[in-house]
Design a protein around this ligand. Sequence first.
Ligand SMILES: Nc1ncnc2c1ncn2[C@@H]1O[C@H](COP(=O)(O)OP(=O)(O)OP(=O)(O)O)[C@@H](O)[C@H]1O
Ligand SMILES: [Mg+2]
Length: 577
Amino acid sequence: MTSRIAILPSAVADQIAAGEVVERPASVVKELVENALDAGATSIDIAVEDGGRQLVRVSDDGSGMSRDDAVLALARHATSKIRSAGDLVGVRSFGFRGEALPAICSVSQLEIETALGDGAGTVVRAAAGAVADVADTARRRGTTVGVGRLFFNAPARRKFLRGARSEWRSIVESVTSLALVRRDVRFTLSHDGKQVFAVPGAVSLRERIAAIHGSAAAARLVDVDDVAGSIHIAGQVERPSEVGTAGRRIHLAINGRAVRDAGIVRAAEAAYRSTIPAGVRPTLYLELTVAANDVDVNVHPAKAEVRFRDRWHVERVVEMAVRRALGTMESGATLGRVLWPAPAPFTSPMVDVEVLRPRAELDDGIFAESQIGDAAEPAGAQQTAPEIDVPPLLQLRRTYMMFERDDGVVLIDQHSAHERVLFERFMRALECGETPAQRLLFPLTLHLGPAEGDAFDAHRELFERLGFEVEGFGGHTLIVRSVPMPHARFDAERCLRETLASLTGDRDASAAPKHQRLAATVACKAAIKAGDTMSPAEMRALFAALASTQLPAHDVHGRSTVVHLSWDELERRFGRR
Ligand SMILES: Nc1ncnc2c1ncn2[C@@H]1O[C@H](COP(=O)(O)OP(=O)(O)OP(=O)(O)O)[C@@H](O)[C@H]1O
Ligand SMILES: [Mg+2]
């Protein structure tokens, strides 16, 4: 009996492999440019015709190849980059499989022109995986690989190519991501004879972003730079106030390799929570460096994804780094020459304030911390960091607090600022602990409509964690025995009613988790309002509390809490300069 299993001829095997490595012209560009980078090129010219469907040509000034190597390069599993499986751990070159050139060659007409030094070189021509011709040529050191008529011998694959414009866009994306990673290298890119892209080598990420996407795009970004254990994360992310106002871009590199990673993007986005409206997503350029054995780069045919040993940890580090970048964004530059203290760990000043104290006693403190500090503990234990240097503050229009500093005047929106303070406090309460509550001398009775009643039931446990002690009383009547104490003039009944009303109209089917939405809503309803007069002590307390938040410059909707007017700007307006 003849065997039904046969080893495929290698040309067929290569075509099958090509399906994984070579999806479209952009993947050819990527593989050729990566080879050029691996060969130590400092300058790479990419020329494309008809969206890469007719021709992709990549020229480099790298090491070049000998005649033998140029022929061998087209053989399957021929690589100069690793010698054994052990070399795979921590492999620093882009390539290591020895698969790209044979795969591309199996579905195109390919020409390699290469020289080890200036002068004598080799040209190898091949088509559909078979070498047709090897000859001498004269050229400078380096290599040029031309890939013509991609999929000419695989009509089924060729049918799947999109129009030239669409293929071209993918090519631009591929080149962009390589050019962002390898900023030391000069790149040019041209389409049908027209140069569309030329970036010089040796620049910072920000400069490279400006060179590729324009300086306006670069100006929208803040720096991320953080080290956590063996992980280093650096890059640029969009300012919350800019998010959603222009197209979004994502660039992610891990150990110098551009990759896709939805988990890391999600972690970075999570850092924006409460600073930008739901549904809009920030532009991110992030580069991670991790220990070689904490990441496996050999899990995807085009090496476009990686696997982490401890993904959860990496994602937390990314989230913290981005959050810190956003939080310190205006550090020292926004609220006076104060050093923002690191956010205090939540040390619950859990005090059972059993009685509602008379108003007169509370006049000095709009904020729970200061009250609690007075009531229960000697000074120093408050959450409001005492080292904050609070400048003299002036209330304007019962809406803004104003102060001056060396470089101009700063206005703080009192409601937004208080909302930010309360939001972070409520989030801590919901996520890790108790919130100070006050027991009401006379319990409140609330009659709710059915929708509000349902909203309460759906959030009951969260309300309790926020400090609302509530008993159901049949139907939709609630007895409220204690309430959180965000400030002295807090109107618990109104806050609860408004919160429930807005939860019933909760169209916000955003990604924000339920407890976060509740914290934001209660913070909004509980915060002091525009129009509330604030005493100097209250303003000082609010300033200090805001300075201790993680994101002082933004309210929970992503709007600014702080506006800065520089002396320069004022002098310009007054015609002094
Ligand atoms: N532009 C170039 N300059 C110098 N040598 C090159 C160039 N392109 C390819 N080579 C040589 O040809 C070999 C085969 O290239 P190929 O891309 O097929 O495999 P690889 O880069 O080793 O691995 P991978 O399949 O993961 O990309 C490389 O290992 C390298 O030695
Ligand atoms: Mg390669």
